[in-house]
Design a protein around this ligand. Sequence first.
Ligand SMILES: [Zn+2]
Length: 204
Amino acid sequence: MARLCFDYGHGGQDSGACYKGRKESNDVLSLGKSVAAEVRQHGITVDETRTSDTTVSLGERSNFENRNTYDYFISFHRNAFKPEKARGAETYTYLSARIKAKALAGKIQAGLVSIGFVNRGVKTANYHVLRETRCPAVLIEMGFIDSTNDNNLFDVKRNEIIREIAKAILSQLGIGYKENKSNEATPQQKQQAASGQTGMSTFF
Ligand SMILES: [Zn+2]
């Protein structure tokens, strides 16, 4: 069975990028953990370099990954530039990334763009967590934290972002995406709707 390593950027003493009281470290922890939960529902093991607001060095992150054999390493971040001057999503692989990493990055990027993020493309970078990890690794920049537009997307389309990233990962692993059961109507609700009972029409 597939095994993934999720890495939520920054944390603890390092807030990452901040804008109007919003911290990158919180955004990526919250969203990344939800993606992990979604992926685990499909029977996949997900290990995480941090699960709370704690300080974790870059070396500790890559050492964590090096201790096990993973199918993919996925690092979650949010971008920053100058207030309200840039927007969009981009996904990174290492300079000499293998085909698998590039394929996963392409799928994640396409998923984020389908939600409405401006497409800044799949890029390469000499980042520590991409260079010092052993398995295929990608780093996602989920919009700019100093863009009101991107923050609105991040908040309003939160569930879609979680779903699209989970779908991209599962697709890369050759596993079909199944909608979370708790979001589906129960057989009883479906029956009521089919027979025109109660006010269930809005449910569908
Ligand atoms: Zn970051």
